[in-house]
Write a protein that binds this ligand. Sequence first.
Ligand SMILES: Cc1ncc(COP(=O)(O)O)c(C=O)c1O
Length: 455
Amino acid sequence: MDFADLSFPDAPSIHTTPPGPASREILEFQSTHESSAVSYPRGMPMALRRARGATIEDVDGNIYIDFFGGAGVMNVGHGHPAVIEAATEQIGLLTHTLDIPSPARVSMVEALLEVLPEELGKIFFGGPTGSDAVEAAMKLAKFNTGRYPMISFEGAYHGMTSGALSLCSGSPFKGDFLPLLPEVHFVPYSYCYRCPFGQKQESCDLECGKFLEHVVEDSHSGVGEPAAIIVEAIQGEGGSIVPDERFLPKIREICDTYGIVMIDDEIQAGFCRTGKMFACEHTGTIPDIMTLSKALGGVGFPISAVVCREQYNTWPPGKHIGTFRGNMVAYAGGAAAIRFMIESNLAEHALTLGDHMLDRLRELETGSEIVGEVRGKGLMLGVEFVHDRETKEPAPELAAQVRTLCHERGVLIEVGGHYFNVARFLPPLILTEELADRGVDIFMEAVTDLERDGR
Ligand SMILES: Cc1ncc(COP(=O)(O)O)c(C=O)c1O
């Protein structure tokens, strides 16, 4: 299959600066009737009509290159034909069974078993969101160890339900809802651009890993014996942060030494996004429990899963339940998506294209005074904006302005990071080099224009 056929031709194509009149009408309707908590349309004001592959059309007929990918959901691209066909057939057959098995469920389990590390052979489907998978993983670790404390990382994002939110580090997310779960402790992630230990990557002795070990080992560190350490193999919302390659193996070693459950949250980094089926595979690190969602549902059908080693498969029936425990349409569509990922070698494509985009974007590291670092792996990329490359003072308003300029010129990007100063790229992985180059050109021009003219 030629990936170019999956997207609308000639993207981007902007007729009316967004939001155009039709979009404005719908946005007005939304702001009148929906909650003030609605957020994405504030950064990318538009209403959407349809989407194909790595392109999206708004209701005014503007066509965008999608570097946002539904926040990392659309790995096989919008409206992928094989996924739509499988899902459409399933809708006519059977849509809801809780956890009573069906052929669709079997096909999803079989597809997952083909791609999961063989150590993680037990699959659990809970509620439909990533947050629910995180809740379940945390409960499973507590159930198995009989312990309570959890260790998470600075910059971590694991979801919005109270348990998952407890594992998030960001005050803007959780600050208004404290206290959440007690005994959640945060230690530095391997964020080499802003190393809190003052190290440079060339000379670093993995101080963050050593500090984590110290916290676990020292009975007076203030951290009781943890049930689990939860980590994103590559940090997503934290700003597309690729850790030092020794970091994950070190966590594995610490978990083995101290009898701690290692949870790897692959909800955003999984399913070929970073150039491997799962991001932990870059360093050959196999966790005890892995959480999955987002791209698992093919083209956005809601589903999540927790997978674990056999030894942790101890839950009695009904220990973690929910009405929407597996969605037949998501199973059928998701299984078709996983098969496409395997057949098209999507991980390798993501890695090669990601390297190409990184090479091009890295010109900004030397050519621009407002770009501090360009980083990422596969098609999970980040460009961190600063006011001053020496002091690294974060520039969240510049990241937001670049997002607006890109939107107006036909490219959709995400903003995240510890300081909301990172432009994030999570395009559908079926992106072609041609579309990638066009999108990167527009992004780089936006950065240059912003730096020259301000906004
Ligand atoms: C790594 C990670 N974990 C968990 C979640 C939460 O998933 P959901 O938004 O489906 O609840 C997200 C969402 O962005 C995520 O990126």
